[in-house]
Design a protein around this ligand. Structure first.
Ligand code: BTN
Length: 248
């Protein structure tokens, strides 16, 4: 199946109407999307030379085998809605992945998508100003030759012939995201988020900069906060600076 990312190819599957920018290569679709003046826009690249991840990490973005895009959205009262945007993005990606493949994936707090113990997708949300946010999504679509440090920790949506094109998957996620983010007062997607969480009930290592502590995840609250039991009592963690490592 031909799988070329194109503006027309995406628009053919998109119900929403918004400007769509497609590039063969960009440093980072998030960086480019943040320079745009439109309230809503979609930026897609076939590869990124400086793909960015959370906590200033890089995101490996080779040509032809991944999905890399950023959706710029206008959200009134952005700052109070930030936790919902992050979780909404994970829900939109998880729903789309489930619809287009047979894989059973789960959401690792705060917004990584995993298959088993390997990462399939990462999401980086960045505020542009007090009412615009860029939601950047990266999905490992088909196998690529990985750097040594990634071989054991990432996985792909399709290990054999892809069932659905990248254009179609991008359009599906974007429609889903625009739908959820159009009314964040409706937090019903949080139920979906919790149902598909792979961390609730698990022992985890919480890593914060140079420090780390063990915890058991009790629940995820309606603001997307992680309720954990630690040696020093029960705490609610917010996503900002914390990474989780599953330990059982
Ligand atoms: C993470 O795993 O920490 C988040 C990864 C986010 C990667 C996507 S790819 C498209 C967009 N552009 C970027 O530079 N990053 C995001």
């Amino acid at each position: 199946m031909a799988d070329l990312i194109s503006q027309k190819g995406i628009e053919n599957h998109l119900f929403s109407s918004l400007p769509v920018y497609v590039f063969e290569s960009l440093d980072s679709t998030n960086r480019f999307a943040k320079t745009l003046t439109e309230d809503f826009a979609l930026v897609v690249a076939d590869c990124q030379t400086n793909g960015r991840g959370r906590l200033n990490r890089s995101f490996f973005s080779p040509k032809g085998t991944g999905i890399y895009f950023s959706l710029k959205v206008k959200i009134p009262h952005l700052y109070e809605n930030v936790p919902f945007i992050t979780t909404a993005a994970a829900v939109a990606v998880h729903r789309a992945i489930t619809a287009v493949s047979n894989v059973k994936s789960g959401i690792k707090w705060v917004n990584d998508i995993y298959i088993g113990n390997k990462k399939l997708s990462g999401i980086l949300c960045e505020a542009v100003d007090d009412c615009h946010v860029v939601i950047g999504i990266g999905i490992n679509y088909t196998p690529s030759s990985l750097p040594d440090d990634l071989t054991d920790i990432v996985t792909f949506l399709y290990n054999k012939e892809p069932l659905v094109t990248r254009n179609e998957i991008i359009a599906l996620i974007v429609d889903n995201l625009l739908d959820i983010t159009s009314d964040l007062s409706d937090t019903s997607f949080m139920e979906y988020y919790k149902t598909h969480s792979i961390v609730i009930g698990k022992k985890v290592l919480c890593i914060q900069g140079e420090n780390s502590f063990e915890a058991t995840v009790l629940d995820i609250d309606n603001q997307g906060g992680l309720l954990v039991k630690t040696a020093s009592g029960i705490k609610t963690l917010s996503s900002g600076e914390i990474t989780l490592r599953l330990t059982n």
